[in-house]
Design a protein around this ligand. Structure first.
Ligand SMILES: [Zn+2]
Ligand SMILES: [Zn+2]
Length: 399
């Protein structure tokens, strides 16, 4: 095991003693990845351990596989929510760790195995000590990777079941050094929409293109034209990432298809930019398709709103992270990330913060998030638990 990073926490000894056990849980989850809304084994382990730890209430089946554990402190007080995500990604692991995925085509490439294990470790310590005033809702959500499990949990009454005064998220961040935290104020993770556009025309023999209406050529022009939206329509002072990642024509060299389908994403922080992008993409699709004698069928879907950290709670998170790793290791200024995060649905309901926890270390080949050789850095486990415990100490202090 890697040497424990220096953490300053009154719970240091208890966290250190738990490191190996939480690592074993993490590696077991890693070996048995489950994708969105199918986290049946994972949710079963989470609920089982919460009960074993003596957590007061264990609510299951929220958003199909979501679990919420509520642990009450020795004094009354408000409730705060700590959130972990449980799902894996539909991709093949190429790393060679001894506990690599046993499920073909699925892997924990975003470290949600680590998030789940760290929150379970926190639950164990909180249930043992009860040394706080109020309640902690331990939120284990399904389907962060595109399925919107966070949205579904909110829709299914998460905050009625656990009336959290504030809600806090944490994500491992392999681009930042181990021993750092980054609780950005303001935009942290982008909003994301998806679009599919079917360009319909008339299929034909590839040797007789004049007998048909070429949908592939029209769709190709549309792919190029869509790049004019961030380049020519969105203000240079705003942020937008718009791209086509899918393109489907026919399955044969010699057949021109009736329909070509493209799909991609729009990423943004400002909702007005999103509205502009949607309107321009619709207009380009209709206009270009018409110009080529085709018709465009557009399916534009609003998916995740941006995760915007309110400044006051970012200051709170920064102070807490500073108490764990030292103020010099808290990164206050950083570019936001254009990936999405459905913790935004919770942040839209309650104040809180989504913090990045650095995990890069010379002795850990962690890869990058969503890469096939990615592996969560177990050396960061005490830091994650240390942050959660310090958060509870700060927000729910017992007399
Ligand atoms: Zn991810
Ligand atoms: Zn993730």
């Amino acid at each position: 095991m890697t040497d424990l990073p220096a953490i300053s926490s009154r719970h240091h000894n208890r966290i250190s003693a738990l490191h190996e056990e939480v690592t074993a849980w993490r590696r077991d989850l890693h070996a048995h990845p489950e994708t969105g809304f199918e986290e049946v084994r994972t949710a079963g382990i989470v609920a089982g351990k919460l009960k074993e730890f003596g957590v007061d209430e264990v609510l299951t089946g929220i958003a199909t596989t979501g679990v919420v554990g509520i642990v009450r402190g020795r004094e009354p007080g408000p409730t705060i929510g700590l959130r972990a995500d449980m799902d894996a990604l539909p991709m093949q692991e190429t790393g060679d760790v001894s506990y690599k995925s046993t499920v073909p085509g699925k892997m924990h490439a975003c470290g949600h195995d680590g998030h789940t294990a760290m929150l379970l470790g926190t639950a164990k310590l909180l249930a043992e000590s009860r040394d706080f005033a109020g309640s902690v809702a331990l939120i284990f959500q399904p389907a962060e990777e595109g399925g919107g499990g966070g949205r579904v949990m909110v829709e299914e009454g998460l905050f009625e079941k656990a009336d959290c005064k504030s809600v806090w998220g944490l994500h491992n961040w392999p681009d930042l050094p181990l021993g750092t935290f980054c609780p950005l104020a303001g935009p942290a993770m982008a909003g994301i929409d998806y679009f599919d556009i079917a360009v319909r025309g008339q299929g034909t023999h590839a040797g007789m293109p004049h007998d048909g209406v070429d949908t592939v050529l029209a769709a190709a022009h549309l792919v190029t034209a869509i790049q004019s939206v961030p380049g020519r329509n969105v203000s240079p002072h705003e942020t937008a990432t718009i791209g086509v990642s899918m393109f489907k024509g026919s399955d044969a060299y010699v057949v021109m298809p009736d329909e070509a389908v493209i799909g991609g994403s729009v990423r943004y922080f400002n909702p007005a930019v999103r509205d502009l992008a949607e309107a321009r993409i619709r207009s380009l699709a209709e206009g270009i398709a018409k110009g080529f004698g085709c018709e465009a069928v557009i399916d534009y879907r609003k998916n995740y709103p941006p995760a915007i950290n309110p400044p006051a709670e970012a200051d709170v998170a920064a102070g807490i992270a500073g108490s764990v790793v030292g103020t010099a290791n808290v990164i206050r200024e950083h570019e936001p990330c254009m990936a999405g995060e459905d913790f935004s649905f919770m942040l839209n309901e309650r104040p809180g913060n989504y913090i990045w926890m650095g995990t890069a270390a010379p002795d850990h080949r962690s890869g990058k998030l969503h890469y096939p050789d990615y592996n969560f850095n177990d050396a960061s486990i005490p830091l994650g638990i240390g942050y959660w415990m310090a958060l509870v100490d700060e927000l729910l202090p017992a007399a």
